[in-house]
Design a protein around this ligand. Structure first.
Ligand code: CMC
Length: 478
C-alpha cells in the first residue's frame, strides 16, 4: 500500500474480531507516503474527524457536503427516498392531523403532548405574545418599505437586550443551566415571533397595531391572523380554512435538521451568546434567496417569466446558466421534497377561498418542463417546499417581501429544539472551523515609497452624485 503519492487509502472493513463481540465497525486509513496506518471507529457510518489528525490530515469540506457537526435526535431526512420525520413521525401525518402548537411541543420535548399538556403549553405560549413598548417603538421608527426580514434580524437582536437576567454575557455562561430560564426564553420566542411579524405587516400597511388576544379561545395561528386582519374589532375571527392552511405551512416549516439557519443557531450558541442574538443570526441566514428567501425569489421569478409561453425559453436560460430555477433543487433531497407535495395540494384549498393566482399556471408548466428535461433529471432537481408556498402566500394577499418572515415563524420551534439539544450536548464546543491556508509565505516588509501597485480594485469609480458633491466647497474654509 505504500507509494510515493501523497494520498490516503480508505478501506471499509468490518473488524471481524470486534464485530463478533461488539459489532464494531472500523475504517482503515493508510498514508501512502509514510505507510502509516490508522484504524478509525465508525459510529452510525461516521468517523471522528479529529481522529484523522493523528495522520496530520484535515478534512476540507466547503459547504459541509459530508460533515456532521452534531449528533441530533430531532428530525430525520432520507433525501433519496423523499422522507421527512419529526421525532420519528412522518411529516404527512403531522401535516394532516396535528397543529403547529402540537408539533412545536413534539420538537421541543420529544413526544406528542397529551390534551392537558397541549392546552397548558398553548396557554403559556399565548401568554407571552405581548411585545414590550420599546420594540413597538422601534418598528414604528423604521421606514414602511423596510424588508420584513431585515427588521426581524434587528428586532430579535433588540429583544435580546431586554432580558439581562437571561443573557450569558451579563448573567454568566451557566445561566441556561436553569430549566426555568430556558423555558422562559422558549415561551418568549415562540410567543413574540408572530406578534413581531404582524406588527411589521400592520406598519407596512399604515394601520394601527392589533395587540394579541390571548384571553379567549383563539389558537396560535388564529391569533396571528387576528393581529394581521382585525379592523379594531376584538370579536374578529379569521376564516377557518385559511387558518388551517397557514398552520399547516408552519408545521411543514417547523424543522429541517441542519439547514443553513439552524446550523447558524448552533454556531452562534457555541460562543455562549444569548438565544435572541443566535436567532437574529439564524434569521439572517434564512433571509438569503438560497434558503428561506427562496419563496420570495420564486414569486419574483414567476413574475419575470410572465406567461406560460415563455417557460421553454426560461428553462433554456437555466440550462445555459443564465438563470436559476428558484424553488428547485435541494442539498439533501434528490427526490420530490415531501413538503412540496403537501404545499401543492394546500394551494388549491386556499385558491377556493381567495381565488386562483394566475402565476400557478406558469409554476405548474415550469415543473412539467423541468421534470421531463435531462438537465434536471441528471442532477436530481425537484421542486422544494418554497416552489409553491410563495403562491399560497400571494393568493392570501401577503406582500412578496413578507413571505420569508412567515417561514421564520414556522421555523422557530425547530431553532429552539436545536438550541435546547445543543445546550445539553456533551460535545458542545465553540465552533471554529479550520482553514486550508494557501496564502503567501513570510515576506519582507516594503516601505511605502518603494511599492509597485499590482492590486486590482474598483474604488476608481466615482458616481455622478459623488462628483457633484466633491465639486462643491465649504464656505467656512475659504
Ligand atoms: N436551478 C438550476 N440548476 C441548479 C439548481 C437550480 N435551482 N439547483 C442546483 N442546480 C444545479 C447546479 O448548478 C449544479 O450543477 P453542476 O453540477 O452542473 O454545476 C448541480 O445542480 C448541483 O447543485 P449545487 O448548487 O451544487 O447544490 P447545492 O446542494 O450546493 O445547493 C440549493 C442546493 C438549494 C442551494 C440549490 O439547489 C439552489 O440554489 N436552489 C434554488 C434556491 C432554492 O430553491 N432554495 C430553497 C431550498 S429548500 C428550502 C430551504 O432550505 O430554505
Amino acid at each position: 500500500m505504500v507509494s510515493s503519492e501523497a494520498s490516503l487509502h480508505y478501506i471499509r472493513q468490518n473488524d471481524m474480531e470486534a464485530s463478533k463481540k461488539k459489532k464494531k465497525k472500523t475504517l482503515k486509513v493508510i498514508d501512502n507516503q509514510t505507510g502509516q496506518e490508522l484504524t478509525l471507529e465508525l459510529h452510525n457510518n461516521t468517523i471522528r474527524a479529529v481522529d484523522l489528525a493523528k495522520l496530520g490530515v484535515t478534512v476540507y469540506d466547503p459547504g459541509f457536503l459530508n460533515t456532521a457537526s452534531c449528533i441530533s435526535r430531532i428530525t430525520y431526512i432520507d433525501g433519496d427516498k423523499g422522507i421527512l420525520r419529526y421525532r420519528g413521525y412522518p411529516i404527512e401525518e403531522l401535516a394532516e392531523k396535528s397543529t403547529f402548537m402540537e408539533v412545536s411541543f413534539l420538537l421541543l420535548y420529544g413526544e406528542l403532548p397529551t390534551s392537558r399538556e397541549l392546552e397548558h403549553f398553548t396557554h403559556r405560549v399565548l401568554r407571552h405574545t405581548f411585545l414590550k413598548q420599546s420594540l413597538v417603538d422601534i418598528i414604528k421608527a423604521t421606514p414602511k418599505e423596510s424588508h420584513p426580514m431585515g427588521l426581524l434580524v434587528s428586532m430579535l437582536a433588540a429583544e435580546g437586550t431586554l432580558y439581562p437576567d437571561a443573557n450569558p454575557a451579563i448573567s454568566g455562561g451557566d445561566v441556561y443551566n436553569s430549566p426555568r430560564v430556558r423555558e422562559k426564553q422558549i415561551l418568549r420566542l415562540l410567543g413574540t415571533m408572530p406578534t413581531l411579524a404582524a406588527f411589521v405587516y400592520r406598519h407596512k400597511m399604515g394601520r394601527p397595531f392589533n395587540y394579541p388576544a390571548y384571553g379567549g379561545s383563539r389558537s396560535y395561528t388564529e391569533n396571528f391572523m387576528y393581529m394581521l386582519d382585525s379592523m379594531e374589532d376584538p370579536s374578529y375571527r379569521p376564516n377557518a380554512t385559511l387558518v388551517k392552511a397557514l398552520d399547516t405551512l408552519f408545521v411543514l416549516h417547523a424543522d429541517h435538521e441542519l439547514n443553513c439557519s439552524t446550523a447558524a443557531v448552533r454556531h452562534l450558541t457555541s460562543s455562549d451568546v444569548d438565544v435572541f442574538t443566535a436567532f437574529s443570526g439564524a434569521a439572517g441566514a434564512l433571509y438569503g434567496p438560497l434558503h428561506g428567501g427562496a419563496n420570495e425569489a420564486v414569486l419574483r421569478m414567476l413574475e419575470r417569466i410572465g406567461s406560460v409561453e415563455k417557460v421553454p425559453a426560461f428553462i433554456e436560460a437555466v440550462k445555459n446558466r443564465k438563470a436559476r430555477l428558484m424553488g428547485f433543487g435541494h442539498r439533501v433531497y434528490k427526490n420530490y421534497d415531501p413538503r412540496a407535495r403537501i404545499v401543492r395540494k394546500l394551494a388549491y384549498q386556499v385558491f377556493e377561498i381567495c381565488g386562483k393566482d394566475p402565476l400557478i399556471e406558469i409554476a405548474t408548466t415550469l415543473e412539467e418542463h423541468a421534470l421531463k428535461d435531462n438537465y434536471f433529471i441528471e442532477r436530481k432537481l425537484y421542486p422544494n417546499v418554497d416552489f409553491y408556498s410563495g403562491l399560497i402566500y400571494k393568493a392570501m394577499g401577503f406582500p412578496t417581501d413578507f413571505f420569508t418572515i412567515l417561514f421564520a415563524i414556522g421555523r422557530t420551534p425547530g431553532w429552539l429544539a436545536h438550541w435546547l439539544e445543543y445546550l445539553d450536548d456533551p460535545d458542545k464546543k465553540i465552533a471554529r472551523p479550520k482553514q486550508n491556508y494557501l496564502g503567501s509565505d513570510q515576506r519582507s516588509y516594503i516601505p511605502l515609497t518603494q511599492r509597485n501597485s499590482s492590486v486590482k480594485y474598483s474604488t476608481e469609480y466615482v458616481s455622478p452624485a459623488e462628483k457633484r458633491r466633491v465639486n462643491g466647497f465649504a464656505v467656512a474654509k475659504m
